[in-house]
Design a protein around this ligand. Structure first.
Ligand code: SF4
Length: 194
């Protein structure tokens, strides 16, 4: 396991976001456990669900993205992270490949796959108990994209941390090496999908 570097002259700033994910990757960040105390001596957390900050307050050194893009808001947030972060990390399979939300991409036999998917989810599905018999269409809801896109298909991604969810160990190891300027990729034994 990699040790964290001595505190630099200024703390690094990191930001995180959850797009089309299940928050499991953010829970995995908390799996860093007691090492979070050492990490917090080296970094300040800017925009993140962990701080409940919805906007950047400063430029960040590292941005961590959970989830792919399934709607227009996800795309907007991802572009905002690319603009405001020097290094952008796709954390977990949803960010890297679309993950579970991208299963809807497979519905290609229909002329209107997104409509078919929404109908089944809200109206025709076997276990649906939606008494309105309507797909939610409040104007405040972000527009869905035709497909779910991995982050790298929307913006340039610098690093990917695989796993569903990645382990706290691999997240800590990657951040520690990045903060040390020593990240050269993952050791094979670090990459697990269970
Ligand atoms: Fe959840 Fe797994 Fe996707 Fe992370 S990669 S957001 S844990 S489904």
């Amino acid at each position: 396991m990699n040790d964290l570097a001595p505190a630099p002259h200024r703390k690094a700033r990191i930001a995180t976001a959850s797009l089309a994910g299940c928050f499991g990757c953010h829970m995995a960040i908390l799996d860093i456990d007691e090492r979070l105390i050492d990490l917090m001596k080296l970094v300040d957390v800017d925009r993140s669900p962990l701080t409940d900050k919805k906007r950047f307050t400063d430029r960040c050194d590292i941005g961590i993205i959970e989830g792919g893009c399934c709607n227009e808001e996800n795309v907007h947030v991802l572009h905002d992270f690319r603009r405001n972060c020097d290094v952008l990390i796709a954390l977990g399979q949803c960010a890297i490949m679309g993950g579970l939300p991208a299963m809807r991409n497979a519905i290609m036999h229909s002329d209107a796959p997104l409509r078919e998917c929404l109908d089944e989810a809200y109206i025709t599905g076997k276990y649906i108990r939606n008494t309105t018999h309507q797909v939610p269409n409040d104007p405040a809801l972000p527009l869905l994209l035709d497909e779910v896109y991995p982050c790298a298909q929307v913006v340039e991604i610098d690093f990917q941390i695989p796993g569903c969810a990645p382990s706290g160990d691999i997240i800590f190891d990657t951040l520690a090496k990045l903060l040390n300027g020593k990240f050269r990729g993952f050791e094979p034994e670090m990459i697990k999908f269970d």
